[in-house]
Design a protein around this ligand. Sequence first.
Ligand code: KIV
Ligand code: ZN
Length: 381
Amino acid sequence: MTNRVHVFDTTLRDGEQSPGVRLATEQKLEIGRALVEIGVDVIEAGFPISSPGDFESVAILSRELKGVTICALSRARERDIEVAADALKFAERARIHTGLGVSDNHLRHKLRMTREEALAAGVAAVRYARRLVDDVEYFMEDSGRADRDYVYRVVESVIEAGATVINVPDTTGYTDPGEYGALIRGIVENVPNSDRAVFSCHCHNDLGMATANTLAGVLGGARQVEVTVNGIGERAGNTALEEVVIALHVRRDLFGCETRIVTNRLLPLSRLVAQHTGMVVQRNKAVVGANAYAHSSGIHQDGVLKERSTYEIIDPLLVGAERSEIVLTARSGRHGLKHRLAEMGFNFGEERFEELYDRFLTMADMKTEIDDDDLRDLVIS
Ligand code: KIV
Ligand code: ZN
């Protein structure tokens, strides 16, 4: 099995389904260009039959973005598939992403189909899509809650019908890493023609396990990850692109896999998506949050100033951040204060420094953070 993990970005489709988010075509194009630059393999550009605006966005991104696969979502219906193919007409590499639910819950309550009817409809959809494009991905919605043997049968049948990629979505974010990893491994090991397709992780974050589940899927044999920038998406969101990419990089000893993402563009990309979607990134967000490389307690500052790796497993430069930050608060120690004063050009003898440190603590108890202006006031007063 190859060790290359393909990155399928769905910021512009599943990400745009975040409540309150609406991206104009121009904004989608700007994000799309940034996604190409950062090196994603597939951009899911939209769901063309859903609205004329979405059709237009997929068509424009297909025409403008090169060196990447452009993917369009469709239900397992001929008309959806035709419209998706039409929107993808000018793509250098086009993929149709079609599928149906596989859990009994979805079959009974949403699709109102038997397992056999849904299987037949899925196979027919893949066959039809393959008449229009060479690359067809099949999604098995709500795989996380589905019966394993039925999932295996669906996978075997849609691969036989021509699906090139099989998406195994944990649509409701229900599984834990052990279960999701075993689901992927079970498919790879039990489906007779599994060597003819790539398996894809698509996880939602309802229980806060989307990234862990996706990584477990990679360990189980998946070689595509479906992600969004900043983890935006329906409800609690999708797996965050930056988290998976950096986890695969930092823990390559564990995963033994690589992507082709240019990691030092992650932070600018995160900011671009936050700006266009209006979805602010929480300060403590892994990899791209404002606090991700900031150290505020004295114990940590002391360690980081002696040797960065004591408290940092990610080099800020790796993700495009300037450097680690020493934040001065009431929890900071002498080492942190001395370091910052020296950076500002102030060096004091022991006695004067101790007197400054006492006044610094008094000030810090009243303010959340002490900035450079506060320090200058301290020094001159
Ligand atoms: O979460 C999901 O199941 C999806 C599919 C439409 C791929 O987004
Ligand atoms: Zn989804």
